[in-house]
Design a protein around this ligand. Structure first.
Ligand code: LAN
Length: 729
């Protein structure tokens, strides 16, 4: 019945609907939480006028003025912030889309369909707009991320999403996408996460999916196969997935899903040999093929799944543990959960387990809005509930370095930024944090908001750095006392790995051989934590910044942790002098961090072979126009790959790296800085270029605020080292 009442799936529009009026959208912010609202009456609109940040994010003209042309780096930084401050929200942060991945909207829309919760009408229209705009122009399919080639994962799931949202099978975009999907072999070739969503919707059979046994959660903690030892994102996705899989829950068959069964495959649904599809993954999708070990385990567990002898009491117990873990995850994050994938899966579990009238269900529905972001191309789903703290702390440091923070005319903006950093610090450990396998959080900073509440090593580090730099700026408020900075340092000191580096959310728990059981096919390095040069550097610099303000606190430990962190940085330098960056593209990003690490102990170009090799690598990649431009292909292939055009953001990273390393020749640095200045618009802004970020090697993600924070930072650093001279006539 629920499915029958789901209106949009029965609309079957074969023409593109009329979209919403962009001037009616407003962004509401509340201690970092971002939600978009559509106003309909004139009265509402009059009471809540569109702000500059609304307009900017919607692609509407903002009330920015033409600024006097900047001739020197500090003048350019000033102009940049003169524009960028128009976008600072009233709670002190900078919003921004955090899109890129193309596998998020389908999960959300499928759960809307299964649970029968209609998608808010303006959102429905704008989701359609976004997906249509993001289809690849050549073949009408979708990739795993916005710049990627069409895959079954992207194409099958987004096709389904658009159909649920109301597009008919004869809409030209649907015909084109379906043709592409069939060319790729149809939806049977979807990777595991795609198979999961299709099966949950009832348009794919559970026998066609490799098992996701919830029993793993019942294993003793010391066994690597207990998900508590995995990377936190991975375990929290397999948690709800295990529940749905174990109970083989799928939506009842309707006319609509019957039709999807006809549309998605290249042969009649009834004729598909499901068991043979378990390991069928289209080559366009495949990034990490199964190992032999994974295949063998899948066979064994599949056999177990379908024998009558299966231990029912164990399954029941495992499901109880699963529900308990889901409850803790939901409650500890105010139903935001760690990320968008487990967020909507938990919502689905809550639907089946507690029902639609439960508080849990309602809370989940409410917090969906935090992941949706409205832009000129329509409504997207963000990779987290935003990048609030992360962006604010970079911007703060950039403004201090570029001497904007001390500028009286920006004082209000800077105090607001500090206030935001202040309220974003997590002040308590999660309830039951031991039972829910959580890292301590008291004193940590998260990536997005305090409510989401996950410690991230480098976010905590950037939080410390930004706080200290702002609070040392004359005239700014003092909001965060030394006790709270000590708490943050305490968190960091629990996080160093045996290989001396720092990972993302937790120290490495399970052994790296777990990677040979990576079931996801489309991502690399997802099973355990790993150390990263980026996270390690951020922690190292945060600790050294902290020591200058509070020299005696845990002095010996900090010294030892720092000494070891540097060993890690040196250890992971490649033969050619580069470092692989895991969280943004790619070697350029990592070089900025690694060279900063070396500089922090006085290792520079002239006295350190590590530093020299790192610089020489960067210099060898400079483009003829003076900039740097690296393609996301670097992340996939582990080989430096040039972009088609140099990029402002990567140019900023590269020149910052060279300046940190005291590269002896100013010329290449000056050319980079000039490129950043030349790309600046007359109102002070920089325009969006290629996608900046990455995760799990194969999925790209947008960091639109980087073009402001890192440009301003690089300009400021240049002026500090070489003087604020006239570079552009
Ligand atoms: C992020 C975003 C921020 C990023 C940095 C802080 C930049 C990094 O230095 C540490 C790792 C972290 C926190 C990170 C981890 C993985 C995330 C959460 C993401 C890249 C954003 C989206 C991604 C998440 C896993 C997406 C959902 C997909 C799954 C595979 C579950």
């Amino acid at each position: 019945l629920t499915q029958e009442t789901f209106k949009s799936a029965t609309l079957a529009l074969n023409e593109t609907p009329e979209f919403t009026d962009l001037t009616q959208w407003r962004l509401r912010v509340d201690e970092g939480a971002q939600t978009w609202h559509y106003l309909t009456t004139d009265e509402e609109k009059a009471n809540w006028p569109q702000t500059n940040w609304d307009k900017y994010h919607l692609g509407l003209p903002v009330d920015a003025v033409k600024l006097p042309p900047a001739k020197s780096p500090l003048a350019a930084a000033h102009n940049g912030f003169e524009f960028y401050r128009l976008l600072q929200t009233e709670d002190g942060h900078w919003g921004g889309e955090y899109g890129g991945p193309m596998f998020l909207i389908p999960g959300l829309v499928i759960v809307h369909y299964i649970t029968g919760v209609p998608v808010h009408e303006p959102t429905r229209l704008e989701l359609i707009r976004y997906l249509l705009n993001r289809a690849n122009t050549d073949d009408g399919g979708w990739g795993i991320h916005i710049e990627g080639i069409s895959t079954v994962f992207g194409t099958a799931l987004n096709y389904v999403a658009l159909r649920i949202l109301g597009l008919g099978p004869d809409h030209t975009a649907m015909v084109k996408a379906r043709t592409k999907l069939h060319e790729l072999g149809g939806a049977t070739g979807a990777p595991a996460w795609g198979k999961f969503w299709l099966a949950a919707l009832g348009v794919y059979e559970w026998e066609g999916m490799n098992p996701v046994p919830p029993e793993l959660w019942a294993l003793p903690n010391f066994l690597p196969l207990n998900p508590g030892n995995w990377w936190v994102h991975t375990r929290l996705v397999y948690l709800p997935m295990g529940y749905i899989y174990a109970l083989r829950l799928n939506a009842p068959l309707t006319e609509f899903t019957k039709s999807l069964r006809d549309e998605l495959y290249v042969c009649p649904y009834e004729e598909i040999d499901w068991n043979r599809q378990r390991n069928n993954v289209c080559t366009a999708d495949l990034y990490t093929p199964h190992t032999k070990l994974m295949d063998v385990l899948n066979e064994v567990v599949t056999y177990y799944e379908y024998i009558p002898l299966r231990l029912n009491w164990l399954r029941q117990y495992a499901l109880k543990v699963t529900i308990d873990q889901i409850r803790m995850e939901d409650e500890n994050s105010f139903f935001l959960d760690i990320g968008p994938v487990n967020k909507v899966m938990n919502w689905l579990v809550v639907y089946y387990h507690y029902g639609k009238d439960s508080r849990e269900f309602r809370e989940h529905v409410k917090r969906n809005a935090d992941f949706l972001w409205m832009g000129p191309e329509g409504m997207m789903m963000n990779g987290t509930n935003g990048s609030q703290l992360w962006d604010a702390s970079f911007l703060a440091q950039a403004c201090v370095e570029a001497r904007l923070a001390e500028n009286f005319s920006f004082r209000k903006n800077m105090n607001k930024t500090l206030e935001f950093i202040d309220i974003s610090q997590i002040r308590h450990n999660p309830a039951d944090y031991m039972a829910s396998y959580r890292q301590i959080t008291k004193g940590a900073w998260p990536f997005s908001t305090r409510d989401q509440g996950y410690t991230v090593s480098d976010c905590t580090a950037e939080g410390i750095k930004a706080t200290i730099m702002l609070q040392q700026t004359p005239g700014l408020e003092q909001l965060i006392d030394s006790e709270r900075l000590r708490d943050a340092v305490d968190v960091l000191l629990t996080m160093q790995n045996k290989d001396n580096g720092f990972a993302s959310y937790e120290p490495i728990r399970g052994p790296h051989w777990l990677e040979s059981l990576n079931p996801a096919e489309v991502f690399g390095n997802i099973m355990t934590e790993y150390s990263y040069p980026e996270c390690t550097t951020a922690v190292l610099i945060a600790l050294s910044t902290f020591r200058k303000t509070d020299p005696d606190y845990r002095k010996e430990e900090i010294e030892e942790v720092s000494r070891r962190a540097l060993l890690y940085i040196k250890d992971v330098q490649n033969e050619d002098g580069s470092w692989y960056g895991a969280w943004a593209i790619c070697f350029t990003y990592a070089a900025m961090f690694a060279l900063q690490s070396l500089a922090s102990i006085g290792e520079f170009y002239h006295n350190s072979n590590y530093s020299k090799k790192g610089c020489d690598f960067l210099i060898s990649k400079q483009e003829t126009d003076g900039g740097w431009g690296e393609s996301y292909k670097s992340c996939e292939d582990h080989v430096y790959t040039h972009n088609t055009k140099s990029q402002v953001v990567q140019t900023a990273w590269a020149v910052m790296a060279l300046m940190e390393a005291k590269y002896p020749d100013e010329e290449p640095i000056r050319r980079g800085i000039k490129l950043i200045m030349k790309r600046q618009q007359s109102n002070g802004e920089w325009l969006q270029e290629s996608i900046e970020g990455v995760f799990n090697k194969n999925c790209m993600i947008s960091y639109p605020n980087y073009k402001f924070s890192f440009s301003i930072w690089a300009l400021g650093k240049y002026a500090k080292i070489y003087g604020d001279k006239t570079l552009v006539e």
